[in-house]
Design a protein around this ligand. Sequence first.
Ligand code: TTP
Ligand code: MG
Length: 398
Amino acid sequence: MPRIIMHVDMDAFFAAIEQADFPEYRGKPVIVGADPQGGRGRGVVSTASYEARKFGIHSALPISQAYYRCPNGIFVRPRGKRYSEMSQKIMQIFQDFTPVIEPISIDEAFFDISGCLRLFGSSHQIALKLKQKILAETKLTASVGIAPNKFIAKIASDLEKPDGLVTVKAGEEKTFLKPLPISKMWGIGKKTEPLFHRMDIYTIGQIAETPPDKLVSIFGKPGLSYWQLANGVDNRPVQGHNAAKSVSHEVTFMEDTNDLARLEGILFQIAENLGRTLRKKKLKAKTVNLRIRLADFQTFTRSKSTLHHQNSSVEIRKIALNLLKQFNFQGQKVRLIGLGVSNFNVGPGEQMSFLNTQNEVKDQRIDQVIDLIEDRFGKGTIRKASLLQEVFSLYDRD
Ligand code: TTP
Ligand code: MG
C-alpha cells in the first residue's frame, strides 16, 4: 500500500503574522529582520512578505540590501514570542487532524495521512480542510504538498507557494521529479551542485538516469541516496513526536561466557519479547541490532536491515542468530549480549485517527509537541530553529 504523506509549510510565516496582527500592513511589502537604519543597518532579513519578494527581498539578505531594493517597505523587528505562540497554535490545529505529526521547524511539519481517507474522502479534501481551518483560526495561509513520501511532499509544498496545494500520486513520482532542478534535492547544496554541473547534470531526471555506482564513486555513500531520491524512492517514516527510536534489551553475565548455545538461548528470548513489544505498539522495524561486549570491554554492534518493515519474533530471531554466527569473537569470552530493533514505521491502524477523543489526551499530545519543539530549538538540532533562536535573542522587540 503506498503511503500518503503531507507536508505543510506556512507562507512567509513571520511576515504573515505581522500582516495578520496589523491590518494596515496587509497587501504591502513587509520585511521582518534587523533595523535597516536608513540603509546603514547591519544584520539580515528573517523573512519578507510575498509583496516584498517582488523586489528581490528574501531570508538572509543583508538588511541594507533590502532597504536599497525597497526603501518604502515596512521594516519590522521580529517578535519571537508571538511567532512561537502562533507556531504552537498551528501545531495544535495539526493535532486535530492526526496524532502522528513530525514538526521540522517553527512553521512546517510532516503528517502521515495514509489511514484517514475513509473518514475524509480524499487527501485533497483533507488538505483543503486543514488550510481552511488554519486560515479561519490564525488568518494565515499555508502551502501543502501531498505525495507517497516525505521527499516529494516537501518539494510539492514549495511549488505553488503561497497558498499552494500540490498532489503527486503514487506512480507519478518520477515524472514529477524529472524536470526539477537538482537544487530542489535534499542534501544538494552550494558545494555539491557544481560537482553535478561538471557531469552535465542539471535536473533530477538526469540524476535518476545516471548509473548509481557512478554516483557512489563520485559522492560516496550519499550518491546512492541521491539516486534513490531522484527515482522517487524515500522510505523514511513520519516520526511522531513520541515515537521511540529503538527498543532493545541486553544481558550482562555474572561470569564471561563462550557458551554459544547459551548466547543463542538469550537472543531467542529477547527476540520473542521484542517482537511482542512491537506488535503491541503496532510498530514494525526494519533493522535488527546485535550488541556484544567482549571480555576486554571492546563493544561491537552488528546490524542487518530487512527489505520491508516487520514485527515477527521469528524473523528477528533468525537475523540475530545469523549476525551472531558471523561475529568474530577474537577467541574471547562474552561479557554482555544485547539485541534491539530500530528504524520503525507506524502500523496503518495507528497512523491516523481524527482526534475527536478526550481533550485530556489531546492536551497531553499538544504538550508533547510543544516540548518537542522546545527540545529541538534547545539542542539546535534543526538548522533553521537554531538560527531562529539567534534571531530572536538579537532582535526580539518584546
Ligand atoms: P521558511 O518557511 O523558510 O520561510 P517563510 O515561511 O518565511 O516563507 P515561505 O512562504 O517561503 O515558506 O521559514 C519560516 C520562518 O523562519 C520565516 O518566516 C522566518 C524564519 N527564518 C529566518 O528567520 N531566517 C531564515 O534564514 C529562514 C530561512 C527563515
Ligand atoms: Mg514557511
